[in-house]
Ligand binder design. Sequence first.
Ligand SMILES: [Fe+2]
Length: 310
Amino acid sequence: MYNPNPGASAARRHPGYGKGQHTIDLGTLLRADPETLSTRIVAAVRSPGYAPPLLPDVALEVNRLAQSPDTDFRQVAAALSREPMLAGQVLQIASSPAYGGRKMATLDDAVGRLGTNGIRNLVMQVVLDLRVFRAPHFSDLLKSVRGHAVATAHVAHAVARRTSVDPNQAFLAGLMHEVGIAGAVHVIVEAFGRRTPPDVRQFWSSISDVHGEVGGVMAAHWGIAGRVALAIEGHHDRPNKGQPALLTSAVTVACHIASQLGRGMRLGDDVVDRSPVDVVRAAGVHLGLNADAMRALFAEAGALFELLDD
Ligand SMILES: [Fe+2]
């Protein structure tokens, strides 16, 4: 059977495992109307036995270190050095044109230059790419999610630099804002086991309806909480739904710019998962971005995307 969590033996031993509805049975999945399926997906990820795709211990440790004000950058470099392949991929991205194109030979170099939060973000980019945004039968959709996530992360960083939002938090929230799509896909793939599921369009409205909530649950499992989790949950919501939403608004605007510039999430030929224009406009107003600032952001994003392709 497909297992998105090959190392999750600890989760399998959770006392609630097998008691909650951590999976959906195939018959229910095929018979359910979209609304019922949405409800079942949420119930599956909220059940006591649910574990999201497992992230490497080093990634979780780097994230924990990055959240502590007492962390010395050498601690992050030391933690990351325990996973040479992961460290190599982080150094490769840190040396790429989107980061200035200066070759970074050592982890100390990279952490010193990008900071603990910047390195945490690259670690998360690598592990999400390898462990989360991949699933059999849904590879085209998840490939477009990967591209959209990285593009949105960079634009969110640019949005944040024009506002009072923390740029590193904005990058992380942009990177993770669609993890719920992958989480819902993993639940569906697990239900099908060895069988080939129908086209993703059959499930798309259910996945789309709950991906914010599913993503928030996954982030909490990984130790990512607070405003980043709220941004994941609410990136399609109108601002001021009772949360401190500047970070959320930054992700909403970044997601929109990425989609407008050809880095949206795709289902076949269609660009999907766009926020309504009035929600994007309200998010921009919430951030204090006027028309000139939005034009400048579009220009900056276009230049960034060319660097990402180099
Ligand atoms: Fe979304």
